[in-house]
Write a protein that binds this ligand. Structure first.
Ligand SMILES: CC(=O)N[C@H]1[C@@H](OP(=O)(O)OP(=O)(O)OC[C@H]2O[C@@H](n3ccc(=O)[nH]c3=O)[C@H](O)[C@@H]2O)O[C@H](CO)[C@@H](O)[C@@H]1O[C@H](C)C(=O)N[C@@H](C)C(=O)N[C@H](CCC(=O)O)C(=O)O
Length: 488
C-alpha cells in the first residue's frame, strides 16, 4: 500500500513520499521489517523517537513521529504529525482494510466485559454473526483468542478486525479501556454506538486524577462517536449525568438506562435463586423479565447491552425476552462450585474498591450465615486502592483472607501489608491457592465465598514471569479435596 493512501489525507506529503510502498506497520523498532512504516511513539517507559535509527537500519521505509522530533538525516522520510498514535490507528485501519460493518464500544470502570459479552450474545440470538473483543479475548463464532490487552493496540486490533470480517462477522462489541482511549487505539474503528457503565476509582497510577480518568473515558463520546450515533448511558452517578448531557449537546442520540434512566428504567430487581426478576419501565409500560444472573450491577450491565443492541436495530420488545437467556462472562460473579454443605463459591474479577463492594453486596442476599472473601491487589498499579479495598472487604464481609493477586515487580508482602493496614481481623495467606483452600475448608452451611480479583485470568504475574494459575482450577481442586462439587 502507498504511504499516501495510509496517512496522506492527514499529513501533507510530497508526491514522491506519498508514493512510497509500505509493506507493514509497527510501533516497535524491534519488529520492523523491510518496507515497514515505523511509528515513533513517546511512551511511559521509553521514547520511540530514540529508536528511529534502529528502525531504519532494520528496513523501515518511512517514519511517523511527533512534531518537533529531532531526527538526523536518517535516509527515509520522517513525517511529523500532531498525534502519532492517532495517525498510526488510522493507518492500521486503512492497511488492514476490512472491519465489521456494525461496531459498538463500551467504556466504564466496571462492567465492560459483561456488557461486550451480553451484546455479542444478544446479537447472536438475533441471528447475526457477532464477536466481542476485550479482557477475556476475542470471542467469535469460529474462534476464541486470548489477548494481552483489554483494548488491543491498533495494529493488532485491525489485524483481528480484518480476520473477523473475513470470517463473515458483521457485528462487533469492543471494550474501550481508558488506557486504550487515551492512547487512541480505537481511532480507526468505525463505531455506531458507545456505552457507558459507571466510573469509580481506578488507574490513578496512570491517569493523573479522577477528572483526567473521566476525560479519557469521555473521548469515546466526544471524539469517536459522531452526531447521529447513539450513546447508551447508565445514569448511576453525577459523572454519568455529565456524560449524558455532553452526548446530547454533541448531537448523539441518547438511550439512558438504569435506576434513573429515562429510556429503560429499572424499577425493581428481586433476587430469585441465582437469578433476579427485573421490572422495567419503557415508554410508560411496565415489563418483567427474569435475568439469570446475580447482582444489581448485572442488571445495569444487561440494560446497557440492551440499549446498544437497540441502537443497532433491535426493538425493545425483541431484546427484552432475550435477556432471560444471557450467560455471565467467565469470571464475572461466576458460580464456580458448591461445597457438600451447599455453600456456593463465586469468582469475580473485582479489583477496585467499588467493584469489590458491589460483588459483595450482590452476594449478600444469598448469605444465611457468613460471607467470606479472598482477595489481593495487583502490583505496579494504583497503590491508593489497596487500603480502600481492605476497608471495603472487612466492612462488608464477615471473614476476609488477604492474599496475592499479580504482584508484578513489587514485593508481594508489601502489597498485602498495605491492604492489611485497613483490614482489621483479616487473615493473611500470601499463596493464593492456599488462601482459597483455607477459606473453602472453613465454609459452613449458609456461608458464601467470593474469590475476587483475577476472574478469568489463567496466570499469576510474579516479576517478569507468568505462572500458570487460575482461580477456577484452585476452587475445583479445593472442592475435590473436600469432595465438594465444582461446576462449569
Ligand atoms: C502504560 C501503557 O499503557 N503502556 C502502553 C504504551 O506503551 P508505551 O508507549 O508506554 O511503551 P514504552 O515502553 O514507553 O515505549 C515507547 C515506544 O517505544 C517503542 N520501543 C521501545 C523499545 C525499543 O527497543 N524499541 C521501540 O521501538 C515501544 O514499542 C513504544 O511504541 O503503548 C503501547 C502501544 O500502544 C501499549 O502496548 C502499552 O501497554 C502496556 C503493555 C500495558 O500494560 N498497558 C496496560 C496498562 C493497559 O493498556 N491496560 C488496559 C486495561 C486497563 C484496565 O481497564 O484494567 C488495556 O486496554 O489493556
Amino acid at each position: 500500500m502507498k504511504l499516501g493512501e495510509l496517512i496522506g489525507p492527514e499529513a501533507a506529503l510530497a508526491e514522491d513520499v506519498a508514493g512510497i510502498s509500505i509493506t507493514g506497520l509497527s510501533a516497535d523498532s524491534r519488529d520492523i521489517q523491510s518496507g515497514y512504516l515505523f511509528a515513533a511513539l513517546p511512551g511511559v517507559k521509553a521514547d520511540g523517537t530514540k529508536f528511529i535509527g534502529e528502525a531504519v537500519a532494520k528496513g523501515a521505509s518511512a517514519v511517523v513521529a511527533p512534531q518537533g522530533t529531532e531526527a538526523d538525516d536518517v535516509g527515509v522520510p520522517v513525517i511529523e504529525v500532531p498525534e502519532p498514535r492517532h495517525t498510526l490507528s488510522i493507518a492500521a485501519a486503512r492497511f488492514f482494510g476490512a472491519q465489521p460493518e456494525t461496531s459498538v464500544a463500551v467504556t466504564g470502570t466496571n462492567g465492560k466485559t459483561s456488557v461486550a459479552s451480553f451484546v455479542r450474545q444478544l446479537w447472536s440470538r438475533r441471528g447475526l454473526n457477532a464477536a466481542s473483543v476485550g479482557t477475556i479475548g476475542v470471542i467469535a463464532p469460529k474462534s476464541t483468542t486470548i489477548l494481552n490487552h483489554t483494548t488491543p493496540d491498533p495494529i493488532e486490533l485491525h489485524r483481528i478486525l480484518a480476520e473477523l470480517a473475513g470470517e463473515g462477522v458483521t457485528h462487533l462489541a469492543i471494550e474501550a479501556s481508558s488506557h486504550g482511549l487515551q492512547q487512541h487505539r480505537l481511532d480507526g474503528l468505525k463505531l455506531k454506538a458507545g456505552g457507558f457503565t459507571n466510573i469509580t476509582r481506578d488507574h490513578l497510577d496512570y491517569h493523573h486524577n479522577f477528572e483526567d480518568y473521566l476525560a479519557q473515558k469521555l473521548r469515546l463520546f466526544r471524539e469517536l462517536l459522531q452526531p447521529g450515533d447513539t450513546a447508551v448511558v447508565d445514569i448511576g452517578s453525577e459523572a454519568a449525568e455529565r456524560v449524558a448531557a455532553e452526548c446530547i449537546a454533541r448531537g448523539l442520540n441518547l438511550i439512558s438506562v438504569g435506576k434513573r434512566g429515562k429510556t429503560l428504567r429499572l424499577l425493581e430487581a428481586v433476587p430469585d435463586g441465582f437469578s433476579q426478576t427485573l421490572k422495567v419501565l419503557y415508554e410508560g409500560e411496565t415489563y418483567e423479565v427474569r435475568l439469570p444472573l446475580v447482582g444489581d450491577f448485572q442488571a445495569s450491565n444487561a440494560f446497557v447491552a440492551a440499549g446498544l443492541v437497540m441502537a443497532t436495530g433491535a426493538t425493545f420488545e425483541e431484546v427484552l425476552p432475550m435477556l432471560a437467556e444471557l450467560e455471565g462472562a467467565k469470571g464475572r460473579l461466576d458460580l464456580a462450585g458448591t461445597t457438600d454443605d451447599g455453600a456456593p463459591i463465586f469468582i469475580d474479577y473485582a479489583h477496585t474498591p467499588d467493584a469489590l463492594a458491589k460483588a459483595i453486596a450482590a452476594l449478600r442476599p444469598y448469605v444465611r450465615h457468613r460471607l467470606l472473601v479472598v482477595f489481593g491487589c495487583g502490583g505496579d498499579r494504583d497503590r491508593g486502592k489497596r487500603p480502600q479495598m481492605g476497608a471495603v472487604a472487612t466492612k462488608l464481609a464477615d471473614q476476609v483472607y488477604v492474599t496475592d493477586d499479580n504482584p508484578r515487580s513489587e514485593e508481594a508482602a508489601d502489597i498485602r501489608r498495605a491492604i492489611l493496614s485497613h483490614a482489621p481481623g483479616a487473615i493473611e495467606i500470601g499463596d493464593r491457592t492456599q488462601a482459597i483452600d483455607e477459606a473453602i475448608a472453613h465454609l459452613q452451611a449458609g456461608d458464601v465465598l467470593l474469590v475476587a480479583g483475577k476472574g478469568h485470568e489463567t496466570g499469576q504475574i510474579v516479576g517478569n514471569q507468568i505462572i500458570p494459575y487460575s482461580d477456577h482450577d484452585a476452587v475445583a481442586a479445593a472442592l475435590k479435596a473436600g469432595e465438594g462439587h465444582a461446576r462449569g
